[in-house]
Design a protein around this ligand. Structure first.
Ligand code: AKB
Length: 315
């Protein structure tokens, strides 16, 4: 990767990935884009363009203007929002992706886009979910993710576009909060633990989902993008996970550091039913074997780091 274009650069992944890549590849070599402009470090620290990803012409123009060789396409709606606004999700998630793929085809760029554990559904094996398995999701987000995986495979086989992707679990970070996801509780809980010493979970006890700390997610994206293409048997998209836990387990990990922390439950049926349709834990073996995926953070290590970064003093 010599010159990279990032879409959705002000979102949860983009706001950290853009800065990390600017450190590695050079500030001017990472062009950030988003539909809005804010005062964030991403906008202040390097090239930034306003881009609505549903505008194909504009995407190609910006990619051409900056002579990029890689597109990191992150702009998308997450699962809970997509379920509330399914048509918008279809138009944005699929429209944005096909435009990014067309830009990559026309300009001969490598393309990364995230898939998700949401690409699985209620008939998928729930534990140790394999790389290649049943994918019949019952959410609009899941439909978008499976369609996106297939579309990326199609562009790879039909047009030779170097497409790569990861099926991300819930991503946890202290920098930019996610918005509209089902796994967001696992981020909110840390903020609330620091602020109010209590949290009300909208996900029920005993609901396991895969999760990953953001530094591992950023490292995984860069390792996959740098990987030797000839080693990749799978294109879209690799299972990657660092941990799997239920709400009561993250709560008891927090309690080790904040003993008066209280967890309550008020289950949101909409998000619970999305969580129930997803795997308990996915198997990342193919990612490990094909390009050396490795996660550094488990629940214990991540919790310590999150609480310190969010300002917990007494450690
Ligand atoms: C969501 O909850 O929608 C995302 C995801 C797992 O894709 N965090």
């Amino acid at each position: 990767m010599k010159k990279v274009l990032v879409t959705g650069a002000l979102g949860q992944i983009g706001s950290e990935l853009t800065l990390k890549m600017r450190e590695i590849y050079g500030t001017d070599n990472v062009v950030a884009t988003d539909i809005r402009k804010t005062e964030s470090a991403v906008v202040q620290s390097g090239p930034f363009e306003i881009l609505d990803v549903t505008d194909e012409k504009e995407m190609v123009n910006i990619a051409k203007k900056h002579e990029v060789d890689t597109i990191i396409h992150l702009a998308a709606l997450l699962s809970a929002t997509a379920e509330k606004k399914p048509l918008l999700a279809w138009n944005l998630n699929m429209g944005g992706l096909v435009n990014a793929l067309e830009a990559a085809r026309e300009l001969n760029c490598r393309l990364f886009t995230p898939s998700s554990i949401g690409a699985f559904g209620p008939t998928t094996p729930k534990d140790g979910t394999p790389q290649d398995t049943i994918q019949r999701p019952n959410t609009m987000y899941g439909v978008n993710k499976v369609s996106g995986e297939l579309l990326c495979d199609y562009y790879h086989h039909k047009f030779g576009v170097d497409t790569r992707g990861l099926r991300f679990p819930g991503l946890i970070s202290y920098v930019t909060p996610p918005g509209g996801g089902t796994t967001d509780y696992a981020v909110e809980i840390y903020y609330e633990a620091i602020k109010n010493r209590k949290y009300t979970s909208y996900i029920a006890k005993g609901t396991y989902m895969d999760m990953m700390y953001m530094p591992d997610a950023l490292a995984a994206i860069m390792a996959l993008m740098e990987a030797d293409a000839s080693k990749l048997k799978h294109r879209n998209s690799f299972n990657v996970s660092a941990m799997s836990f239920a709400p009561e387990q993250i709560a008891s990990e927090i309690k080790k550091h904040i003993p008066d922390f209280i967890m309550n439950y008020e289950v949101d049926p909409a998000r619970q039913s999305i969580a129930d349709s997803w795997p308990n834990s996915i198997d990342s073996t193919c990612a490990m074997e094909e390009w050396g995926f490795k996660a550094e953070y488990d629940l214990e290590k991540m919790t310590k780091d999150m609480l310190v970064k969010l300002g917990l003093k007494s450690f």
